[in-house]
Design a binder for this molecule. Structure first.
Ligand code: PBG
Length: 333
């Protein structure tokens, strides 16, 4: 037998029992790090299932107080709200209506469970009739989203969310300068203590497909590649993050999550602010579809994906899997 001269170094020693493995485990998912996204539809009276996101619903405003209680009872500390308005227009004016779905849901949820952290997505794509994340202009590149004209509208939307009682606002539009514009509007409105969670490194991803069914926000013409990032770019994420930090963001987000673990890790190395990662609709749909076919063990695959996101350096995880994940974590392994 050909034994090496030196004794074999044996990493397997520390994997011999579950207790030992737990003891040397580097990352453990915590209930406190989950954020659960919810869709509120002003037009609905009954919840409506989202076919490409099994287990997720569009909710009527009237259901939101009970949802707040259900989520808080599961031990999930925070929600992220998206709104579907009664009517859409070119500007997306439903976004800053004081009686809009997100505003009404925020009031209802905070009244029902004051400790639940209500975060709101700030974007216009659910509210515009053309489905883009800002207002349109026609120029030398044809029809594009007008950056600076959109900033003012996003600021109004964020302010209306804060006025409704939102604890955190989360701009997802990817316009240049929007964190600064929203910070200024919040401060001027007396909301200096409301943090901004910025979708900083948000990629133009095919994995938002199911969300666009859920939020009815697919662009009617073109796509989002003139404002969301090119999936081929890693360094550029650091530039986007640096800008949002400079403009006053309090939490930095990378989105999607599991395909962008390298980006999460690089951002982690560069900044000291908390990092959120958005495990998006397509990442959820893939797990659900494979599990439904019996091709993956749903529990193990989901917890592995979420643990990988934490290992890469995310502090907060936004995921549609939150209710399942917290139940599994309570059961232990
Ligand atoms: C709005 C927004 C999107 C998502 C979050 N905010 C869709 C998009 O940019 O097209 C995607 C979330 C998901 O896929 O779960 N701009």
């Amino acid at each position: 037998m050909n034994m090496p001269d030196a004794p074999i170094i044996r990493p397997r020693r520390l994997r011999q029992s579950a207790a030992l493995r737990r003891m040397v485990r580097e990352h453990t998912l915590r209930l406190d790090q989950f954020i659960y996204p919810l869709f509120v539809d002003e037009r609905l009276r009954e919840p409506r299932p989202i076919s490409s996101m099994p287990g997720q619903f569009q909710w009527p405003v009237s259901a939101m107080a009970a949802q707040a209680e259900r989520i808080a009872n599961l031990g999930i500390p925070a929600v992220l709200l998206f709104g579907l308005p009664e009517t859409k227009d070119a500007q997306g004016s439903g976004a800053w209506s004081p009686t809009g779905g997100v505003q009404a849901a925020t009031r209802a949820m905070k009244a029902a469970v004051p400790d639940l952290i209500v975060m709101t997505d700030v974007c216009l794509c659910e509210y515009t009739d053309h489905g883009h994340c800002g207002v349109l202009q026609t120029g030398r590149n044809g029809v594009t989203v007008a950056n600076d004209a959109t900033l003012e509208l996003l600021a109004r939307e964020a302010l209306s969310h804060a006025e409704a009682g939102a604890d955190v606002v989360a701009p997802s539009d990817m316009m240049d300068g929007r964190v600064g514009a929203i910070r200024a509007a919040l401060d001027a409105g007396g909301f200096v203590d409301i943090p901004i969670m910025a979708y900083s490194a948000k990629y133009a991803s095919a994995f938002y497909g199911p969300f666009r069914e859920a939020a009815e926000s697919a662009p009617q013409v073109g796509d989002r590649r003139t404002y969301q990032m090119d999936p081929a770019n890693g360094r550029e994420a650091l530039r986007e993050v640096a800008l949002d930090v400079a403009e006053g963001a309090d939490i930095i987000m990378v989105k999607p999550a599991t395909l962008y673990l390298d980006v999460i890790a690089r951002v982690r190395d560069q900044i000291t602010l908390p990092i959120a990662a958005y495990h998006v609709s397509g990442e959820y749909a893939m797990l659900k579809a494979a599990a439904a076919n019996g091709w993956l063990d749903e529990r193990r695959a989901t917890l592995e994906a979420l643990t990988a996101i934490a290992r890469a350096g995310a502090d907060l995880i936004i995921t549609y899997c939150a209710p399942d994940a917290v139940a599994w974590l309570r059961e232990g392994d």
